[in-house]
Each structure stands twice: as structure tokens, then as C-alpha cells.
Design a protein. Structure first.
Length: 150
């Protein structure tokens, strides 16, 4: 019985350590800051990641998001709204309001999604939820760029 309890305790410790490691590794992606002037003066689509450090879908799509950033750098407005905790959520809301996306932020939905907005109207053009490969995101961004005439 002692061996069984010891085995269960060891397994629990390994699982907790693994979970903690994944949590630390799943920080919100860094994107270039978007000024209020840039947000209001161009028609580039917005590509927004709804992220939380505790979100397993966010962790599993980190690679696709990095590929997307590299592929479309300078052609779209990348944003990350971080819902990890109240502090990061509040900071994301302040940033969203600063660039005119306050209403979008209020109604954005849950984490684990990438949302593409029209650059002029700021209306949702595409919402991709769950774990997808980079091509699914790229198709949505390409459609938004074509719509914008870019």
C-alpha cells in the first residue's frame, strides 16, 4: 500500500511540475506596439490573438502564431489580448480602447481564438477557434488583405 501511495504522490508531483513548466512557457506572444495614430490611419487588417497563459489551445497554437507573424510582418496589425489574469486583462482592455477596439474587446469571446478584423470598419472578417495549422490562419488573413485591396 505504501508503494502505491508513493507512486501516486510521485506521479502527482511530476504532473504538477509539467503543468507549471507549460504555464511558464506559454507567455503571451510579443507583438510590435501599435500607436493610436497608426491604428486610425491605415486600412491594414487587424489579426488578434485572444490568449491566456493557462489556455491549452493557446499553447498548442504558439508555433502557428509565430509563423503567421513572420509571414505577415508589416502587412497587418498584430495584437494580442491577454486574459491570463485580471491585471493582464485590464491592460489589454486599456490597449484595445486606446486604438479604438474597446467595443470589440468587450464582445471578443474566449481564449484560444484568432480573429481577423477589417482595417477600416473594424468588423470581424474571420474567427478561427481551436487548434489550427498556420494555413488556416493564413487563408483568413489573405482574404482580409484581398478585401482591403492590399
Amino acid at each position: 500500500m505504501k508503494k502505491v501511495l508513493l507512486s501516486i504522490a510521485a506521479s502527482a508531483i511530476v504532473l504538477c511540475a509539467t503543468g507549471a513548466g507549460l504555464y511558464v512557457w506559454n507567455e503571451a506572444p510579443v507583438v510590435p506596439a501599435l500607436s493610436s495614430a497608426d491604428a486610425g490611419s491605415n486600412s491594414r487588417p487587424y489579426v488578434i490573438k485572444l490568449h491566456a497563459q493557462w489556455c491549452p489551445k493557446c499553447l498548442m497554437t504558439k508555433g502557428a502564431w509565430s509563423d503567421l507573424q513572420a509571414r505577415y510582418a508589416g502587412r497587418v496589425n498584430f495584437l494580442v489580448f491577454d486574459y491570463t489574469n485580471q491585471r493582464t486583462t485590464d491592460a489589454s482592455e486599456v490597449d484595445a480602447r486606446r486604438i479604438g477596439l474597446g467595443e470589440f474587446f468587450e464582445n471578443a469571446g474566449g481564449t484560444g481564438s484568432v480573429i481577423v478584423l477589417d482595417g477600416r470598419t473594424k468588423e470581424v472578417v474571420s474567427r478561427i477557434s481551436g487548434v489550427q495549422d498556420v494555413e488556416a490562419y493564413a487563408a483568413a488573413v489573405d482574404a482580409a488583405l484581398a478585401r482591403a485591396g492590399a
